[in-house]
Design a protein around this ligand. Structure first.
Ligand SMILES: Cc1cc2nc3c(=O)[nH]c(=O)nc-3n(C[C@H](O)[C@H](O)[C@H](O)COP(=O)(O)OP(=O)(O)OC[C@H]3O[C@@H](n4cnc5c(N)ncnc54)[C@H](O)[C@@H]3O)c2cc1C
Length: 477
């Protein structure tokens, strides 16, 4: 029998979690002794669902791989433990307690870290974030915020992107008075144009939060702990806590300490290899073809390619970059976006449907009959088919509004569309599953894994379950 090689993975987040699933499914334990080093105390968890923990759920609600999962599969989990560097010459991953783990192959999956802006008053005299200043990235961050925040407190969230809005909604649901401060002119301006951001702002305000756009924090007040903030237009706001949600940057410290080439992220090629033989990288810590990513789908695509390569199951697999399709539930509001946000040529056209009363918004950007971008706020029913039209470069109907309004599932074409983007589950698979007896979203999830990634396809799956369970009932009556 061939000698087993040792594989050490640094980081036990969402990229590693998917890598292990794909790796184990290809019988990797017969080829490798696998060790995972994670600096968070628990097993792997679904970071995308952290809002639940911030709202009050127990951490178990988001843990996807408890410690027993590793033990049962013969995988060694070293956690909590931080890797400091890789001794490339000796092929050892060196931990901060000086333990060193030999590797034949090492994978860096160290994710990102929140950016802590250098705003006056954010830090105390010892250079630590002042009491009441938080970031929102880990289970521990959520537990710390929960412990500190009391109903009726004033919370300021800096950043009106996905994370800021999620944090704001969770704090508002815990009974705090919440104000979101966002420097851009519209919320979520990476995914939405101004009108889309505006619709989202109104939805947030309807839920009881306050939003100030085009503004930022100039100073955090209070000697020992947060006692207020001053905005850049001089306005003072009462604040007991401030959540910083103003962006992330790849965690490259281990790579830097090991002289593995980095730019914004750890540089990888199409095989996810770094420039140092035997060392690979996946997830938000990487930079591929000049791009770093901040969503889970690219991390999972990279994990799948690398598992295929390292087991020899798909030796030709290559990662060519990810097309970004953001389908998110932001503070309870469904948002989807892909491609460009605005027409880029004089001849491009934009079609917008604005539902003032519901603060819902849909927009298509067309080049001839080609779809080059789209966004949806509140009304995302047609997003799943349109993203496929976009991916395949199919022409839109003569009247593009027909495509925008094609919300109800059904029809030969729609069966091919991907409903769960995280696990690539098609409408046809879900319909077949329901027809064979799965009569709830949970039952479909158990069989197909749909909804168990970012969870944003839950509404679509629920609609398919309802529609097809009814059809099945009618047929058997
Ligand atoms: C609150 C929140 C909501 C989100 N919502 C969405 C969403 O709706 N949709 C979406 O697509 N994406 C969302 N994301 C982004 C998504 O979570 C990330 O894209 C994904 O987690 C990236 O996976 P990763 O493995 O690269 O990084 P991570 O999941 O961050 O995992 C990296 C792990 O490595 C550990 N680590 C780092 N350095 C070391 C070291 N030296 N030694 C040991 N361990 C180390 C880190 O502590 C961490 O546990 C959200 C993120 C957050 C924080």
């Amino acid at each position: 029998m061939a000698r087993k090689r040792s594989l050490v993975i640094v980081g036990n987040g969402m990229a590693t979690c998917r890598f292990l699933d794909e790796f184990v499914a290809r019988d990797a334990q017969e080829m490798y002794d696998i060790t995972v080093v994670g600096d968070e105390p628990a097993g792997a968890y679904n970071r995308v669902m952290l809002g639940k923990v911030l709202k009050g759920a127990e951490p178990d609600a988001v843990i996807t791989k408890p410690r027993a999962w590793y033990a049962e599969r013969g995988i060694r989990l070293v956690a909590p433990a931080r890797a400091d560097r890789i001794d490339v010459a000796e092929r050892r991953v060196v931990l901060n307690d000086a333990e060193a783990l030999h590797y034949d192959i090492a994978i860096l999956a160290t994710g990102s870290q929140p950016i802590m802006p250098g705003i006056d008053g954010v830090h105390n005299d010892s250079g630590e974030p002042k009491e009441g200043v938080f970031v929102y990235r880990t289970i521990n961050d959520c537990l710390s915020i929960r412990q500190y925040a009391r109903p009726g407190d004033n919370a300021v969230v800096l950043g009106g992107g996905l994370l800021g809005l999620e944090a704001a909604k969770a704090l508002s649901d815990r009974g705090l008075h919440v104000t979101v401060i966002h420097l851009g002119h519209g919320l979520m301006n990476t995914q939405l144009d101004f009108v889309g951001g505006e619709m989202l702002r109104r939805q947030m305000e309807r839920c009881g939060m306050f939003v100030r756009v085009g503004r930022t924090l100039e100073r955090v007040l209070g000697d020992e702990r947060v006692q207020g903030v001053v905005l850049n237009d001089g306005e003072h706001l009462a604040a007991d806590l401030v959540v910083m949600a103003c962006g992330i940057r790849p965690r490259v410290d281990v790579a830097r300490n090991s002289k593995i080439p980095i730019n914004k992220g750890i540089l990888v090629n199409d095989t996810l290899a770094t420039q140092v033989p035997g060392i690979y990288a996946i997830g938000e810590c990487t930079e591929h073809a000049g791009v770093t990513y901040g969503l889970v789908a690219p991390a999972w695509e990279q994990a799948t390619v690398l598992a295929g390569l390292l087991t020899g199951a798909q030796p030709q697999a290559r990662y060519r970059g990810s097309k970004l399709y953001a389908r998110l539930k932001v503070a309870g509001v469904e948002v989807a976006s892909f491609g460009v946000l605005e027409p880029t040529l004089d001849t491009d056209r934009a079609i917008q449907v604005i539902e003032e009363r519901d603060f819902a918004y849909r927009k298509l950007i067309l080049r001839g009959r080609q779809l080059i971008g789209a966004m949806f706020v509140g009304q995302v029913g047609s997003a799943a088919s349109l993203v496929q039209t976009f991916d395949r470069g199919d022409p839109l109907p003569e009247d593009p509004l027909e495509a925008l309004c094609n919300i109800v599932a059904g029809g030969a074409d729609s069966r091919e569309r991907t409903i769960c983007n995280c696990f690539k589950v098609s409408e046809a698979t879900i319909v077949a599953c329901v027809k064979e007896g799965a009569d709830s979203v949970e039952a479909v999830t158990e069989q197909t894994r749909a909804c168990s990634g970012c969870g944003s396809c839950k509404t679509d799956v629920a609609r398919l379950v309802q529609l097809n369970a009814k059809e099945k009932l009618a047929a058997s009556a």
